[in-house]
Design a protein around this ligand. Structure first.
Ligand SMILES: Cc1ncc(COP(=O)(O)O)c(C=O)c1O
Length: 459
């Protein structure tokens, strides 16, 4: 600790307290609470006295007292060091026990991060960092790096039919921040009701509620979200691959939804979270590409690369994109620039596309194996969801409580959520939302056998 770092030591003698006693008390409290940790070297008595504007004797007396009490260790000619003493915890907390990894991780929201193209990422990051000028390392544009927005405009146009100028794209920290930015903008515009699919991702429910909106649940069937009767200022929807049921919003429902928006001005927020992974055919075009004035597309690399990158984007009509960029500035100024440039490099050099193709083949193989294993071990149950993404829905018969089954699975070290965990309103339709992203081919058979045994015990 140098003298500058000691400036936070605000100390004031109490009534009748000497300077020495006040300094001694302040240091003792800092040591007891852990603000000054064991082995931290304090400034020399001369330096601290100068910094605090007191005589050197005040500091050396205080140090001497603290040494006598066992709070400091001093050696001649060197500055004192904080001794190891039991701490008075300000708030006593048990250390968090590290969560034990389940034997079979069937979480539906997580990709296989071991597929992350680390060598490519590092090479691109190094290339970008070497070329970075001082301005690259400075405060940057809240909307995101221009080269990334240009690369995304090309990429999304080519792969998702999205129609966007780079100015309409705002780079955000994952879908999570994209949604929060939009909710912020909607709130400022006086919106009060936001609809979501029921079931859907629970954190989306929490976000909508946290911003003070009324959460309007919309039922979902084999054709995706039911549009008839929708009343809200905005709706958050997963048209290409409904999460978690796995249906695709049908052509008719897409038309209904656009007509709803056209008639009343309601905004459609399209969570396009895993459209890169469709295995049986080309994914349906993003809704944004059909109605760029009414739809905001949210995208992410959480499924294709890794959630830890916190890289995503929103594509919005110009006015809304401006508002979202202003919100982005309020939130965190801008997303980390070097990571954005690295992603742009992967996109423009074709590495991103190649990686997605490779990952798609892996997930497709895992899905095929899982389907075959489920057909063998639980032939009486139906599997729902199109051949896409990294999850499917195993329906349970009416009357079987999916939470009980999921609890039993957890006790058997199988992590798989029940469908009801994603619901806003209770329903008798239960199921297990099975993720195969992390289910290595070699473990599919054993995992399915264990799961089937346990499910069967509840049928
Ligand atoms: C429905 C849905 N949307 C978006 C995401 C990605 O969120 P983020 O980009 O914040 O990581 C996920 C990830 O599991 C998801 O399930």
């Amino acid at each position: 600790m140098d003298v500058d770092e000691a400036r936070w030591l605000t100390w004031e003698p109490g009534h009748g307290e000497t300077l020495r006693a006040a300094l001694e008390r302040t240091l003792r409290e800092a040591i007891r609470t852990g603000a000054l940790r064991e082995s931290v070297r304090l400034p020399s008595s001369r330096a601290l006295a100068q910094a605090l504007g007191v005589s050197r004797g005040v500091v050396s007396d205080a140090y001497g007292q603290l040494e006598a009490q066992g709070f400091l260790v001093t050696r001649s000619r060197t500055a004192p060091v904080v001794a190891g003493v039991p701490r008075t915890e300000v708030v006593r907390r048990e250390p968090e026990a590290p969560a034990r990894a389940p034997r079979y991780d069937l979480t539906p929201t997580t990709p296989d991060v071991t597929l992350f193209p680390l060598a490519r990422w590092l090479a691109a990051a190094q290339h970008v960092a070497r070329r970075a000028s001082t301005t690259t390392l400075d405060y940057r544009e809240p909307r995101g790096e221009r080269v990334l927005r240009e690369a995304l405009a090309d990429h999304l146009g080519r792969t998702r039919g999205v129609i966007a100028e780079p100015e309409q794209i705002v780079v955000v920290q994952g879908t999570a921040q994209g949604i929060c930015s939009l909710l912020h903008v909607l709130s400022a515009r006086g919106a009060s009701r936001v609809a979501v699919e029921d079931p859907s991702h629970t954190t989306q429910h929490e976000r909508i509620r946290a911003f003070g909106f009324e959460l309007v649940p919309r039922p979902v069937d084999h054709h995706g979200m039911v549009v008839a009767g929708l009343e809200a200022d905005a709706v958050l929807v997963t048209p290409a691959h409904q999460f978690p049921t796995g249906s695709v919003l049908s052509g008719e429902r897409r038309r209904e939804l656009l007509a709803w928006s056209h008639a009343g001005g309601g905004l459609i927020v399209e969570d396009d979270y895993d459209a890169e992974f469709r295995y049986d055919r080309e994914p349906v075009r993003a809704l944004q590409g059909v109605a760029p004035e009414q739809v905001i597309q949210l995208g992410t690399v959480s499924k294709t690369l890794a959630p830890a990158l916190r890289l995503g984007w929103l594509v919005a009509p110009p006015g809304l994109a401006d508002d979202a960029a202003r919100t982005k500035r309020l939130l965190d100024d801008f997303s980390p620039a070097l990571d954005q440039l690295t992603l742009a490099e992967l996109l423009t050099r074709g590495h991103y596309d190649r990686h997605v193709r490779r990952a798609r083949a892996v997930y497709r193989a895992r899905r095929d194996r899982l389907l075959a294993a489920l057909a063998k071990h639980l032939p009486e149950l139906t599997v729902e969801g199109v051949a896409a993404g990294v999850h499917l829905l195993l329906r349970l018969p009416p009357g079987v409580d999916d939470r009980t089954v999921a609890d039993a699975a957890r006790n058997a070290s199988i992590a798989v959520p029940p469908l009801s965990a994603f619901r806003i309103r209770p329903s008798d339709d239960g199921g297990l939302v099975i993720g195969y992203g992390r289910l290595h081919e070699s473990t599919v058979a054993a995992a399915t056998r264990s799961l089937a045994k346990l499910v069967r015990a509840h049928l």
